[in-house]
Design a protein around this ligand. Sequence first.
Ligand code: OGA
Ligand code: MN
Length: 219
Amino acid sequence: MNTSLLPRGPVDGDIFAHIAESLYTTGYCILSDVFPVAYLQGLFIDIKNTDSRQFHYAGIGREQGFQLNQFVRRDRICWLEQDHGRADFYFEWMEKLRLYVNRRLFLGLFDYECHYAHYPEGAFYKKHYDSFQGSSNRRLTTILYLNPDWQPGDGGQLLMYAKDGETVLETVQPTFGTLVIFLSEEFPHEVVTAKRSRYSLTGWFRINNNSGVTLDPGA
Ligand code: OGA
Ligand code: MN
């Protein structure tokens, strides 16, 4: 998609500097107005037009069965390929962010994976970490919300907790264009039950755990 004609917010460099600063001081940041509205609308149309058969119940680990998954999370996800038409600009932006935070914070981020997520009415995701120290290659979580006219009464908030797992640091409304970025190993978080369909584009920067001999088992 040609995004050069779209109105721009602050230049990426300023946003990247702000993100790096926030990650360094608090480990997370919550942003709005990062992406042009017209681009977000295109993503929203794309996610709504994606055939529901391409969305799968998300898992919580290789050993867990369907019953347990359903107890922990009820969202459905659709992984995106790097060449997924509408997401091209998004992937490029994430690549620029990756290079920037690697230079500034030495995070050693290696690649990026992301999926659309759909929480149908009644869906939730109980308190969890995206990654446990040393046991996964996910280092940085990104969530972009794509919900026009989301109201506080619609539920579906993201609750971010301190390491104690009890103190709520942030209650994030999943409003259109809000982007949340946090260190995956630092923050337990959950999604409160959504009272209507809730859409997002969720992804992770990973480090490369490959050794010379064996392939990374977490890949
Ligand atoms: C996840 C997750 C939070 C959200 O997919 O791991 O925690 O607000 N998502 O969608
Ligand atoms: Mn999560």
